[in-house]
Design a protein around this ligand. Structure first.
Ligand code: TRP
Ligand code: SF4
Length: 404
């Protein structure tokens, strides 16, 4: 087994909506690319989640999954450092979802804001299904099955992570008590051996009696650094240190991504459903054509009319792609009618073209050698399953299912 990353584990997923666009990139992917070098990262394509809103025609699902994976690699996700996989290749997600469903009150799911919102928005589909109601619980299982500490998501997913935390708390509360906990933990403390046994007791006392946070951190580090501990004993020692029972499923935190606003070509938020996107691997001519036609401040009907950048979506693109000097040139030139809109767009066009060209270059290797992608997701699923299996053993044990 590899050593755990001291900064912890990150998990996130994305529904396979076919080809990704610049909104997906600047809103999420770019952040993942950075995180993969800082944390132990698991990223997966949430194909089961896709079924919750699109269960009737699944024929194009394999293609959608494929395109998203290629886009991830094109954007710079590195299968050498991050674990990339497909949700349905790891059945442990489904098993945990099932078990969690037994203890999740219906009201928790009905109250998640996205439940009613989505039903309103997708009126043409029948979303009065069991699976759709369970969407956030499946997401909770996705996260908890890896015992991830951090979940990088946007604002719209915060309620789902909150539900995940409540679910974990409820699970630990119900199943985190072992009848012979004290005995087992005592044995585990002795098992630490000599100085570490004494040190563990000292650190626990310092934290429990004086609330010494540093002692808690050192205690945790002591437990984590012991590679001979079984997972069950490690959990007992961590739980006892903090004065709780066994934490079988730790509560994850949202890693809120500060994302820039990515405008679509019509000025609304870039979104596939508005048909106003630029794809990550779009052909350069099309990129240029679209950007040249992109909406600007309507006040600038003629070249001589001054404009206001704050009312122009191109200005938001400058916020993403341009440095301070260029932005200053834009703001002044726009307000004084010193520059024309096409002139103003040119630096953005150049930057987007460079970005898209680089993505297309990275993708080429994978489109030309399909077996590469197959190997990446097979290896990813294997790695993911190793971790997920460990959690499920704990979960089953705690629930008295299969005592082996
Ligand atoms: N619901 C998320 C979205 O629509 C996708 C998702 C599924 C996810 N499972 C997850 C995100 C687990 C983070 C963690 O964007
Ligand atoms: Fe928008 Fe630039 Fe035209 Fe001003 S000059 S309206 S910022 S495109």
């Amino acid at each position: 087994m590899s050593t755990p990353n001291p900064r912890g584990r990150v998990l996130s997923g994305m529904r396979p909506t076919c080809r990704l666009h610049l909104g997906n990139y600047h809103g999420a992917l770019r952040n993942w690319v950075r995180l993969q070098y800082e944390y132990e990262c698991f990223f997966f394509v949430a194909d089961w989640h896709m079924l919750t809103t699109g269960y009737e025609d699944t024929s194009r699902l394999p293609e959608f999954v494929h395109e998203v994976l290629i886009d991830w690699l094109a954007a710079g996700l590195n299968p050498g450092v991050a674990t990339l996989f497909i949700q349905s290749h790891v059945p442990e997600h489904a098993e945990l979802h099932l078990l969690l469903s037994m203890l999740t009150p219906l009201g928790w799911l009905e109250r998640v804001p996205s439940y009613k919102d989505q039903q309103e928005q997708l009126k043409d589909r029948d979303l009065a299904t069991y699976g759709f109601l369970g969407y956030p619980l499946l997401q909770a299982a996705d996260i908890l099955v890896y015992r991830a500490q951090h979940v990088p998501v946007g604002e719209d997913q915060v309620a789902h992570v909150e539900l995940t935390r409540e679910t974990a708390r409820r699970f630990n509360h119900i199943y985190g008590r072992e009848t012979d906990f004290e005995e087992k933990v005592e044995r585990a403390i002795k098992g630490l051996g000599g100085r570490n046994t004494t040190l563990y007791r000292q650190l626990r006392r310092k934290f429990q009696e004086a609330g010494d946070q540093e002692a808690l951190e050192r205690g945790r580090a002591l437990v984590h650094s012991n590679t001979r501990l079984t997972v069950a004993d490690r959990d007992r020692l961590l739980g006892y240190l903090e004065g709780t029972g066994v934490t079988i499923l730790p509560e994850p935190q949202v890693l809120l991504t500060q994302t820039p606003k990515v405008p679509g070509l019509d000025g609304r938020k870039m979104s596939k459903s508005y048909g106003n996107t630029i794809e990550l691997r779009e052909d350069p001519q099309s990129v240029e054509r679209k950007l040249r036609a992109m909406k600007t401040d309507p006040a600038r009907a003629r070249r001589t009319d001054p404009g206001e950048p704050e009312r122009c979506p191109v200005w938001d693109l400058h916020g993403i792609y341009s440095g301070e000097d260029t932005r200053k040139w834009v703001a002044e030139g726009c307000r004084s009618a010193g520059i024309g809109c096409l002139e103003c767009k040119q630096p953005v066009i150049d930057k987007v073209l460079a970005e898209v060209t680089e993505m297309r270059r990275r993708a080429q290797e994978y489109t030309e050698n399909p077996e590469l992608l197959r190997d990446i997701v097979a290896e990813g699923a294997e790695k993911a399953r190793d971790t997920a299996r460990e959690t499920m053993e704990e979960v089953r044990r705690a629930m008295h299912l299969r005592a082996d």
